[in-house]
Write a protein that binds this ligand. Structure first.
Ligand SMILES: [Fe+2]
Length: 224
């Protein structure tokens, strides 16, 4: 993705969240220049990759295949300084913008539709060799056990949520209007815990056509 596109998407999201009266922690608003002044007291943000995450999964068409996320909190399976066993993310899913089919090797996550349109989630069990299974899928929707056919699509209305266990393939997108979605999960390591059904990059490649307004979660400079 071009840096100018990432800048515009984050700037527009910050403005949209103000209208929605949704508030993120202070580090959401720091500029690249402000980050350069931050000392080791902020290492939890750096080491646990908190913050902005804008991805087109390497395909170059963000509005068709992409997601804008902000990780609010996360632990770290590789660093005993961080005992936190849970994570929380904001996910903004646009109408018709696919988050591609994947499962997590170890993370269990709840995906919540906090508002906007309907959040559509398509589900498959995985076979032992990580293909799509044709067996029925059993999931819990806000405490209600629900059975769907393989590849069935759930439509979460604002306020509804789903629990996605490890090894359950899921892809999602918004319908009607964009969704402010949320994720509450176990500790998340996006470098190693995603198994995409079709090969993709988890993090985009960036073409630097202007200076960054806000840094992404994998771009922080080392502590001053
Ligand atoms: Fe997921």
């Amino acid at each position: 993705m071009k840096r100018s596109e990432i800048n515009r998407l984050i700037d527009e999201t910050i403005e949209w969240l103000k209208v929605q009266k949704v508030y993120l922690p202070p580090f959401a608003y720091w500029t690249a220049e402000e980050w350069a002044e931050k000392d080791a007291a902020y290492n939890e943000i750096r080491e646990n990759m908190l913050g902005w995450d804008v991805t087109d999964y390497g395909h170059g068409n963000f509005h068709k295949l992409g997601l804008l996320l902000f990780t609010i909190r996360n632990g770290n399976l590789k660093n005993t300084r961080y005992a936190k066993p849970y994570a929380e993310k904001m996910l903004i899913s646009e109408v018709g913008q696919i988050s591609p089919n994947h499962f997590h090797w170890s993370k269990m996550e709840d995906i919540i539709n906090r508002g906007g349109g309907e959040l559509c989630i398509q589900l498959w069990n995985a076979t032992e060799d990580d293909a799509l299974d044709d067996t029925a899928v059993t999931v819990r929707i806000d405490g209600c056990e629900t059975v769907l056919p393989a590849g069935g699509i759930l439509r979460l209305k604002p306020g509804q949520s789903i629990t996605i266990p490890p090894r359950l393939y899921h892809m999602f997108w918004a319908e009607g209007e964009k969704c402010l979605a949320w994720e509450v999960s176990m500790v998340n390591d996006d470098n190693i815990d995603n198994r995409f059904y079709e090969e993709q990059l988890r993090f985009t490649r960036i073409e630097e056509d202007e200076d960054p307004h806000h840094l992404l979660c994998n771009e922080y400079p080392v502590a001053k």
